[in-house]
Design a protein around this ligand. Structure first.
Ligand code: SF4
Length: 350
């Protein structure tokens, strides 16, 4: 037996001992039913365990088998999902149940490739189902596991880059207990969730894995895992001009119609090919932001500050790149979310 194997088996013995005494009783860890484990994994993505538990119990009671879920109407599934957010997950859940039935994979697929082929199932979920339900030797790397592995092995490579993912995957494959993948995955995930937590406090001092932990030995544990640097948030300022007139500059008009100008965004930028009111952009805050409709709109790497200025004019001005439309036809155009927000507020004010 090599040094690494001796170290790994000692690590597993200690981890399992900790798990046996400390783990939470969770209904989806007490079953080997692939369908139920899959349900719990999908429900628990981006959801706290306590909240997820209620939904899991309701889903299982209402649709005890995958065939029941497949036969439900999508609307019923969405209603049962209400409150969890990310509705695409519920739609995928329903589609996946139908796929299982159509392909004759009931009560639930057992091959990793088949599980991985279901809509909404990635490497983590497929590994979790294959190991928890069927004790197959696949790792299940969730955020907790990345953290524990980074600390135990003192890995300072960012885990959310493709090179980092590859490295962590290779490391977890080396650590994985092929005789007991179900126990190994359950234990390391629970250890990350309850003990080797993002903020460590006193946990390292009393940790059962302390002697084997390189992050502890090198004093780096609290700094791990490393993420790739997030791009800086860029501020942008937009001034939109909403021109309103009974008199368009070109077409013959009905006297009661109101006309406005809009443009399609052609720049390779946010809202590509969506429509908006003519606007000016500046890289600093323009003077005089008062008395206008102002919004802040946050995107992943940009913070947009927008103000909308309404101009009631006798005749629409000529603004290059814009088109003239009837105000009531605005909804026929694909508008950016920011523009929709402004319209909504304007309508409430009107
Ligand atoms: S010693 Fe600290 S960092 Fe290392 S496994 Fe234990 S709790 Fe995590």
């Amino acid at each position: 037996m090599g040094v690494d194997n001796v170290r790994n088996s000692l690590l597993n013995r200690r981890l399992y001992h900790w798990y046996e005494t400390e783990h939470r009783i969770l209904p989806w860890r007490e079953t080997e039913d692939g369908y139920r484990i899959w349900l719990s994994e999908v429900i628990l993505q981006q959801t706290r365990v306590q909240q997820g538990m209620d939904y899991y119990l309701r889903f299982v009671a209402r649709w005890p088998r995958v065939e029941d879920l497949a036969a439900a109407a999508e609307d019923e599934v969405l209603r049962e999902w209400q409150g969890l957010g990310y509705y695409s997950r519920a739609r995928n859940l329903h589609k996946a149940a139908q796929m299982v039935v159509e392909r004759g994979w009931t009560p639930f697929p057992t091959r990793f490739e088949d599980i991985r082929a279901l809509p909404g199932v990635g490497d983590y979920t497929a590994g979790a189902i294959a190991s928890f339900a069927y004790n197959q030797p696949f790792p299940a790397m969730d955020g907790n596991v990345y953290r524990v592995v980074a600390r135990l092995l003192d890995i300072d490579e960012a885990f959310d880059t493709s090179a980092g993912k590859k490295l962590f995957h290779q490391k977890i494959e080396e650590l994985l207990d092929r005789e007991n993948p179900r126990l190994f995955n359950s234990a390391i995930m629970e250890f990350g969730a309850l003990w080797c937590t993002p903020v460590l406090g006193d946990n390292c001092r009393n940790c059962p894995l302390q002697e084997l932990c390189l992050g502890f030995a090198h004093g780096t544990a609290e700094l791990l895992p490393v993420r790739k640097p997030r791009p800086k948030v860029r501020d942008r300022w937009f001034t939109y001009h909403i021109y309103l007139s009974h008199q368009p500059s070109d077409v013959s008009s009905q006297p009661l119609d109101v006309y406005t100008l809009i443009r399609r965004r052609e720049e390779k930028d946010i809202w590509y090919h969506l429509y908006e009111f003519p606007c000016e952009e500046t890289s600093h805050q323009p003077a005089d932001v008062s008395n206008h409709l102002s919004f802040t709109h946050v995107l992943s790497h940009q913070k947009l500050h927008a103000r909308f200025v309404v101009h009631r004019v006798s005749e629409l001005p000529v603004v290059p790149g814009t088109i003239t439309i009837r105000w009531e036809d605005l909804n026929d155009y694909a508008l950016s979310r920011l523009t929709l927000r402004a319209l909504d507020t304007l309508q409430h004010k009107a």
